[in-house]
Design a protein around this ligand. Structure first.
Ligand code: NAP
Length: 324
């Protein structure tokens, strides 16, 4: 089968299209024929050798990609949740070989049936970013209906899902993005939007229950500045857990009687089922900004590395737009 592998860490030039053996699922795994794979900042971070959180998990050679939609091609002996032929989406095992390949294996618990409304390419844009938003908002942020949430980086992959999930759960959503993306974020359902470049968000927003840092910005000074928008008892959640809170952030949290959380996405099939239900009910949309054939993965990485992607980038591996 064809796969994009790396044998060394480095720039886009280390991405190699190779023919390798099709993997065999373990007892608790499924084999997925991958129709499409999402592209995420984690992919090029890992391609470059990882960060303080990821580095120790990485071994070479490695197939990248942790965002898949496809069809179940085989099931392990203990798997009862899926049958061969099911259309599925999910986040393949990490650590492990990923979804930039014609086939990948994964623990069945990390997958769910694909949303029926979505093509495979659209579905491949959901799992990693969607599960990151879900984990951060509802597990680490404990966001409840009626609460106020501020979502930073609302036009990106994670932020765009966070806006829609928070809204669907009945929260009041305040979102930040750059000027060109404010209308887009409003269309996703944000109640108030701010341009973080030209507006002093920390002076304009108050009484927030949860702040979600879903932007790629890794800046403790910026975190300390925004924490005063929280209510006492509020929670500051960041998905950028490779940059832990410094003393200034800890002090700001104490002053605000708030807590902070470094949030790592949890690949739970039952959350993907809830996300699929929201998508099939028409309450969450998937915005794919661009698709690429597998062989053009380096271009997809270059685009992701601009930090300017609205929505998601996807690799089409077995093009098929028929919802299954
Ligand atoms: N912890 C986890 O499990 C986990 C999982 C996935 C991702 N992540 C992390 O989550 C972050 C977001 O991921 P993603 O996939 O959503 O990334 P992404 O799609 O590449 O995010 C792009 C968005 O970031 C915004 N942006 C760029 N520079 C910014 C800045 N200086 N300040 C504020 N916003 C900025 C841009 O919006 P504007 O042009 O509108 O500013 C752009 O739309 C990344 O740092 C990623 O590493 C963590």
């Amino acid at each position: 089968m064809k796969a994009i592998r790396i044998h060394a860490f480095g720039g886009p030039e280390v991405l190699q299209l190779e023919d390798i053996a099709r993997p065999v699922p373990a007892a608790d795994e499924i084999l997925i024929q991958v129709y499409a794979s999402g592209v995420n900042p984690a992919d090029w971070t890992i391609r470059e050798g990882g960060n303080d959180v990821l580095r120790s998990f990485l071994t070479l050679p490695l197939t990248l990609g942790w965002d898949a939609a496809g069809v179940v091609a085989a099931v392990g002996a203990d798997v009862t949740a899926f049958r061969v032929g099911d259309a599925v989406y999910g986040e393949p095992n990490f650590p492990g070989d990923g979804s930039y390949a014609e086939y990948c294996t994964s623990k069945a618990s990390r997958f769910a049936l694909k949303p029926r409304r979505l093509s495979f390419a659209e579905a491949a844009g959901v799992p990693l970013a969607g599960l990151t938003a879900w984990t951060a908002l509802f597990h680490d942020g404990q966001l409840q209906a009626g609460q106020r949430v501020l979502i930073q980086g609302a036009s990106g992959g994670v932020g765009g899902f966070a806006v829609q999930f928070a809204k669907a759960k009945g929260a009041y959503v305040i979102a930040t993005a750059s000027a060109a993306n404010l209308d887009y974020v409003r269309e996703l359902g944000a109640d108030e939007v701010f341009d973080y470049r030209s507006q002093p968000v920390e002076q304009l927003v108050h009484g927030v229950d949860v702040v979600l840092e879903a932007s790629p910005l890794r800046d403790n000074a910026a975190r300390a500045r925004i924490i005063p928008v929280l209510k006492p008892g509020g929670i500051f959640v960041t998905v950028n857990l490779d940059v832990p809170f410094d003393e200034a952030v800890q002090a700001a949290l104490v002053r605000q009687q708030a807590t902070g959380a470094l949030s790592n996405n949890q690949a739970r099939g039952e959350w993907l089922e809830e996300i699929a239900a929201l998508i099939d009910a028409g309450r969450v949309q998937v915005f794919i900004s661009r698709t690429f054939p597998l062989a053009q993965v380096a271009e997809a990485h270059r685009e992701s590395q601009t930090h300017r992607v609205r929505g998601k980038l996807v690799l089409e591996i077995c093009p098929n737009d028929e919802p299954a």
